[in-house]
Design a protein around this ligand. Structure first.
Ligand code: SF4
Length: 325
């Protein structure tokens, strides 16, 4: 198993770091929102400040050969974010001339390896870094799942340790040249989001794709996610409404499961001035394909959900292009 570099601590902390801790050795130690009320505040404030992170140039160098970087975000869990990330990755990799990477930053609940059919793989380290696991000739992926002793091991980590792993992912994975790196993040706005946006600030992120479901309870959290993106200076490439209806596997007819009582994703996007990329209906075969680690787009090209997904991907690429001109 590959070990994760642990931040060294110069003084003993009174208590374990709380959630959202920026890291006792970071420049924000003692000053971040998470530090208010933390028992370690005084100790962290007294630690010598370090100046710019010496790993940033290494991260920039490593990610420099990646043309486009896209974050996939959702306000709430259970809206199909990782499912959509897997289908986005397969869709991009269907262009043979493109090189694609998929990075699973959901440290506590990595599901992308299962959906991309590589959950039993382990990661290999070489002189040039960690080698991604390749699920197709032009589609590589990296996830903490590859470093667990077994698939059912729980990850119970606080902020600083998560930060350390994310930094290592960004610094040490040898992606080579990529056209697109798709980064799957956990739901909400947590340590993983803060870390990845901080470490990638200089090298640049093209923007975020936001995934939601139509009902108000999901949209409530999406508004927070959008606010996070604005505060973190991340461009929102667009919003996709997942599970917008149910496609019957027998007759192919569509019915609404999650009612858009407040107008759904389309109205939210319009209200907030962001691009609505489309609605993807729920098709039971999406779940089956993800469980089998296969591409739904390849297996069921005649599903209405396929057309919807490809339309969303087209819109997303169009936004990325506009953004890079
Ligand atoms: S950096 Fe902030 S949140 Fe983390 S241990 Fe120190 S005071 Fe607490």
């Amino acid at each position: 198993m590959i070990s994760v570099t642990q931040p060294t601590q110069q003084k003993e902390l009174k208590e374990p770091e709380p959630e959202h801790c920026p890291g006792p050795e970071s420049n924000d130690a003692g000053k971040a929102d998470a530090c208010a009320g933390c028992a370690n505040k005084e100790i962290c404030e007294s630690l010598p400040k370090k100046g710019p992170d010496p790993d940033l140039p290494l991260i920039n160098e490593r990610l420099n050969d990646i043309e486009h970087k896209i974050l996939v975000l959702s306000g709430k869990g259970g809206v199909g974010k990782s499912t959509f990330t897997s289908m986005l990755s397969w869709a991009l990799a269907s262009y043979e001339e493109l090189e694609i990477g998929a990075m699973d930053l959901d440290i506590c609940g990595p599901s992308l390896p299962k959906m991309l059919g590589c959950e039993k793989e382990t990661v290999h380290a070489s002189n040039s870094g960690w080698t991604p696991v390749y699920v197709a000739d032009n589609l590589g992926m990296m996830s903490i799942q590859f470093m667990l002793p077994n698939a059912d091991s729980a990850i119970i980590w606080r902020g600083a340790k998560k930060n350390g792993l994310i930094k290592q992912f960004l610094k040490d994975v040898d992606w080579g040249r990529l056209d697109y790196l798709v980064i799957d993040t956990p739901p909400g706005t947590s340590d993983e989001h803060l870390s990845v946006t901080t470490y990638m600030k200089e090298v640049g992120i093209d923007g975020a794709l936001i995934v939601t479901t139509p009902q108000e309870v999901a949209l409530l959290d999406v508004r927070k996610e959008i606010d996070f993106c604005k505060k973190a200076g991340i461009k929102i490439l667009g919003l996709v409404e997942n599970m917008s209806g149910f496609v019957c596997p027998n007759c192919g007819g569509e019915s609404k499961i999650f009612k858009p009582t407040t107008g759904g994703g389309e109205k939210l996007a319009k209200d907030l001035g962001i691009r609505f990329l489309g609605s993807v209906p729920l098709d039971v075969r999406i779940r089956e394909s993800c469980d089998q680690g296969e591409s739904f787009l390849d297996l069921y090209p005649d599903s209405p959900a396929c057309d919807a997904i490809l339309e969303v991907v087209d819109g997303l690429l169009d936004e990325v292009d506009k953004n890079s001109q």
